[in-house]
Write a protein that binds this ligand. Structure first.
Ligand code: UDP
Length: 239
């Protein structure tokens, strides 16, 4: 049996990571690939909580820029994360992975409400728990949700699944080919260097609670498994 470096994880999947190259909507092949990757570590006995983003459908900031009231636009964003969560649940269940969706905003007909103790119980029973709806509050992000849920469920690590980017770089490698990749950073480096990894609220929450973060490319098959086995394939950010 392979070595598990991390036994309970929060996997943060941005909306973009579900969209494929179009950048919008949900791409069925991409979501099936992601589900297969999750299944691999589920089969190894890892307890998995997933926080879904919503940027592939809607961001509160976009609405605010169009003149909408920010909180209203943010609630729309939270609903987008729940749609992604349901799609991911469907893809995981197609592979026979037992899954529960818990939402921070109650939607009893389609998902359970978020109840921390119940989420932990599901994890212990080997069910993947998908956390939808972000924190349930406007002005926050799903990165902050990942840090919050990771602290609440006592996760060993937050896995930041990136779409085609294999870690944190000194500058955007798509624009600046000379940008260098960091193997290891601290949350203070992220804040001080203003690196685009997660927003400041999420960074400080992770730092205050000593939760490490690993940024890695989820597009390559086997990468989540490699991270779980402790292989250094992305950027590790110490809490
Ligand atoms: N959102 C929010 N509160 C939260 C989490 C998310 O208001 O606690 C809204 C916010 O409008 C955000 C949108 O949901 O723009 C989608 O989430 P996010 O931008 O974090 O998704 P990602 O970038 O990971 O796809």
């Amino acid at each position: 049996m392979s070595q598990l470096k991390y036994k309970r994880v929060i996997l943060k999947v941005s909306g973009e990571a579900l969209a494929g190259s179009e950048g919008r909507g949900i791409n069925p092949e991409v979501i099936a690939h992601l589900a297969m990757e999750v299944k691999k570590i589920h089969d190894m006995g890892v307890q998995i909580g997933i926080v879904c983003g919503g940027g592939n459908m809607w961001r509160g900031e976009t609405g605010a820029n169009l003149g909408m009231e920010r909180a209203q636009a943010d609630y729309m964003g939270m609903l987008a994360t729940i749609m992604n969560g349901l799609a991911l649940q469907d893809a995981l269940e197609n592979l026979g992975v037992p899954t529960r969706v818990q939402t921070s905003i109650e939607m009893r007909q389609i998902a359970e409400p978020y109840i921390r103790r119940k989420a932990i119980r599901h994890l212990e029973k080997g069910r993947v728990v998908i956390f939808g709806g972000g924190t349930g509050n406007p002005y926050f992000s799903t990165d902050t949700t990942a840090a919050l849920r990771a602290a609440e469920i006592n996760a060993d690590v937050i896995l930041m699944a990136k779409n085609g980017v294999d870690g944190v770089y000194s500058a955007d490698p798509k624009i600046y080919p000379e940008a260098v990749k960091f193997d290891e950073l601290t949350q203070l480096d992220i804040i001080a260097k203003d690196l685009k990894v997660m927003d400041r609220t999420a960074s400080s929450l992770s730092m205050d609670n000593n939760i490490p973060l690993i940024v890695f490319n989820v597009n390559e098959a086997g990468n989540i498994k490699k991270v779980i086995e402790g292989e250094n394939i992305g950027t590790v950010i110490k809490g």
